[in-house]
Design a protein around this ligand. Structure first.
Ligand SMILES: Nc1ncnc2c1ncn2[C@@H]1O[C@H](COP(=O)(O)OP(=O)(O)OP(=O)(O)O)[C@@H](O)[C@H]1O
Length: 340
């Protein structure tokens, strides 16, 4: 649905040229939630703003539904933009307008008659769960409610794509979850393609089907979200994954185990269909080994479950080996860890 070819953006300032997006190539499929993650300065905001030409590219193509929007002139571009909604970190609402008036604004610009406008806004208010708040002003709303207004406004012209620029970064974790749930709901109900940028792996984990990792203007890794979590290739991706799987705490954890002395430390990796956590209790029952669960978490993603469990197996060598064979036979990856 969206094909990006050799897309570049160079900011030319008096002092220097900054390459914010560097010959980027990407394909985003219709109906998917596609996440772009990267640290500050990676070029994510520039990239997402290029997708609706809020920024002008220096080079490259952005083909949306068969049309290269880079080549489009004013009128054509205005129509193309109606197919692309956008939400922002700081909501960008009109403070002197009510919730209803904010959502109606893009419909006014598109010349939709008043009666039709009202019916449409009412439907959108229901879709985003803001019934009863129609006449409130943005200053009277919580952060989550403001973002709901932003989402409703972005959906007013029935776009095919929703761009989300750090849409939950200003929200607390609970509100973040409710907005992410809303995005998933909209994606399913309306078949809307969502492109979101974030610096939080948890956001990717919770709602994205596929992910691209950006670093210094380039996509350095991309793929199915669960697959990238399980098999991160680049150092930067590994760092993001560590935000999730707790392996950052592993060093201190293994040091504590060394103090205790004995045992084999094993990392079990669960992903997708093979999530069979009962394998641990079955192992304990069948083999003469003591099992300590040292640490772990298995998280739900849009395409399955993903996570790790660190175990300490204490017993004689052959029993431990048999236990490991049993675990691996249950289709769970089990890696013996070197203590650090
Ligand atoms: N208007 C601009 N003029 C000059 N340089 C810019 C401009 N906008 C962004 N940049 C530079 O381009 C690079 C990429 O910035 P961008 O905001 O796209 O990154 P980001 O990954 O979104 O980071 P952040 O989350 O901090 O915004 C940075 O070095 C930034 O300083």
């Amino acid at each position: 649905m969206i094909t990006i070819k050799n897309l570049s953006k160079i900011y030319r300032t008096k002092k220097q040229n900054i390459t914010a997006v560097d010959e980027l190539n990407l394909k985003i499929e219709s109906g998917e939630i596609f996440g772009v993650i990267g640290y500050s300065g990676a070029g994510k905001s520039t990239f997402v703003r290029l997708l609706n030409r809020l920024e002008e590219p220096t080079a490259g193509e952005i083909i949306i539904n068969g049309k290269d929007i880079v080549k489009q002139r004013k009128n054509e571009l205005r129509l193309a933009r109606q197919e692309i909604g956008m939400i922002f970190q700081h909501f960008n609402l009109l403070w002197s307008r009510t919730v209803h008036q904010n959502i109606a604004f893009p419909l006014e610009i598109a010349g939709v008659p008043k009666k039709e406008r009202k019916a449409k806004v009412d439907r959108l208010i229901e879709l985003v769960g803001l019934q009863g708040r129609e006449n409130a002003y943005p200053s009277q709303l919580s952060g989550g409610q403001k973002q709901r207004v932003g989402i409703a406004r972005a959906l007013a012209n029935d776009p095919k794509v929703l761009l989300c620029d750090e849409a939950t970064s200003a929200l607390d974790p609970e509100t973040t979850d409710s907005i992410l749930d809303l995005l998933v709901d909209i994606n399913k109900r309306l078949g809307l393609t969502i492109v979101l940028i974030t610096h939080e792996m948890n956001v990717i984990r919770k709602i994205c089907h596929r992910v691209a990792v950006m670093d210094t203007g380039k996509v350095v890794e991309q793929g199915d979200a669960t697959h990238v979590f399980q098999n991160p290739q680049q150092d930067i991706t590994k760092r993001f994954v560590r935000q999730l799987d707790g392996s950052e705490q592993y060093a201190s954890l293994s040091a504590a185990v060394v103090k205790e002395g004995t045992g084999t430390i094993v990392k079990l990796s669960f992903s997708g269909e093979n999530v069979n956590q009962t394998v641990v209790s079955q192992t304990a029952k069948q083999f003469d080994v003591d099992i300590n669960i040292l640490q772990g978490n298995v998280l739900q993603t849009q395409t399955g479950a993903v996570g790790n469990l660190f175990l300490q197996l204490v017993g004689n060598e052959s029993e431990v080996e048999k236990a490991l064979d049993f675990i691996r036979g249950a289709n769970v990856k089990a890696e013996v860890q070197e203590l650090v």
